[in-house]
Design a protein around this ligand. Structure first.
Ligand SMILES: [Zn+2]
Ligand SMILES: [Zn+2]
Length: 411
């Protein structure tokens, strides 16, 4: 680290120390770090990078100067970084393995479910995924989620998945209207609980073709962003009011397996939507969630280091890796190119552990969160699947390290 930067950080940390005092434990010192990472979500890549570097330096300085040396020191560092990452979807470290968790008994319970299975991040539904109308989250639920996340730093970030019924590609005016209102409500809820992003399947044109529906999708998303912060709409539809503060949550467009005219089956389709959304002024509000099963089913084989590198390169060319915010980590019950959305447990499907490892170990995916959406033993992701996913990630990192050690570039 450059000396002037280190000095600057040390000054900040010292000033913080003098102003706020330090209780001698990591936990008590944490909020201070937030001050100088406030603009990590900056749309400008350079200031984002700079902010990240500063945050990293600040954390190191804080640990070095203020934290008592203790055996759990390394863990302390991880906690700091993870807590930060809740503020932004990306961070610069090893991929976080997370899981989709249920919300029965209250949304806040989902946080404990994540902790119980060893997940570093969670995905939840804020609305019944198979109904148009609420109930969404009320003010109490929103506060409970926030408190639960504060109490459980092991869960570093949270994304939401929006209602499945939403289809902004639909030519049916009634479905379209319901879709955009529902998306606005889902975005409002994601924003209210400070989720890193809300995942959306862009829709299905039922065979009419992508060209026929892309403008509709873009208009629908733009409308939803405009109205997500409009408490009247939210109030009317869901009988709760959310006072929006700051920006609406990021919307993550998910790639699809390709069946039934689903939009987002190719990087080019996602790129076209993103370009049009950029033109509508949403460039810093849109990201991509790449589902490993959908990717495989859509015909992309990434099961060797070479093919994984190629697929990531293709993504970068078409969309740009800076747009990739999140992975859905699933094995596949169907072969590559089968175009069907059928998730399998990690290692039990046709991609296999080795195949997924080749992708997960890609060095440019290290900043992402990977969310399991696997069947588990019939009740969704569980501790066993989280462990297997973590092993798979380690396997992928080791696979690439051995290539580098052999003097191969990994291509
Ligand atoms: Zn998915
Ligand atoms: Zn799926």
């Amino acid at each position: 680290m450059a000396d002037p930067q280190r000095k600057k950080v040390e000054e900040i940390v010292r000033a913080e120390h003098e102003t706020h005092g330090f209780a001698g434990r990591f936990g008590a010192g944490l909020p201070r770090v937030y001050h100088y990472i406030g603009d990590l979500r900056s749309p400008d890549r350079h200031s984002k990078q700079e902010a990240w570097m500063l945050a990293q330096l600040a954390m190191l300085a804080q640990l070095a100067m203020l934290a008592p040396v203790q055996p759990a020191g390394r863990y302390g560092v991880i906690i700091v970084i993870c807590r930060w990452s809740r503020r932004a979807t990306k961070w610069d470290g090893q991929m976080i393995i997370g899981a989709h968790v249920g919300t029965s008994g209250g949304v806040a319970k989902s946080v404990q479910r994540g902790v119980a299975m060893g997940a570093g991040a969670i995905q939840i539904f804020t609305h019944n995924p198979r109904q148009w109308r609420g109930p969404g989250l009320d003010g109490v639920a929103i506060e409970d989620v926030k408190k639960a996340l504060e109490a459980e730093p092991a869960v570093a970030s949270m994304v939401t998945h929006v209602t499945y019924l939403i289809n902004l590609a639909s030519p049916d005016p009634d479905i379209y209207e319901r879709s955009r209102v529902s998306l606005a409500c889902n975005l409002a809820a994601a924003t209210a609980i400070a989720a890193s992003g809300a995942v959306l399947h862009p829709g299905s044109h039922k065979g009419a073709g992508f060209e026929s529906c892309k403008a509709r999708i873009v208009d629908g998303i733009s409308w939803a962003f405009e109205h997500a912060s409009d408490s009247l709409i939210v109030g009317e539809q869901l009988a709760y009011r959310v006072r929006m503060q700051g920006q609406v949550s990021t919307l993550l467009l998910e790639n699809t397996a390709g069946a039934g005219g689903t939009v987002g089956r190719s990087f080019d389709e996602l790129a076209a939507l993103i370009e049009m959304l950029d033109a509508n002024g949403l460039s810093d509000r849109i990201g991509v969630c790449l589902d490993t099963q959908h990717l495989w089913a859509s015909g992309k084989d990434y099961t060797s280091v070479k093919t994984a590198n190629h697929v990531i390169e293709e993504f970068d060319q078409a969309i740009g890796l800076d747009k990739l915010e999140c992975l859905h980590l699933n094995d596949s019950k169907v072969p590559c190119g089968a175009m069907r959305d059928r998730h399998a447990n990690i290692g039990d499907g046709m991609i296999g552990k080795q195949g997924l490892a080749a992708l997960l170990g890609h060095p440019r995916l290290g900043s992402l969160t990977a969310i399991l959406e696997v069947p588990g033993d019939g009740h969704g992701p569980d501790h066993n699947q989280v462990d297997i996913a973590k092993e798979t990630l380690e396997q992928g990192i080791a696979m690439r390290a051995s290539l580098v050690n052999d003097g191969q570039p990994g291509k």
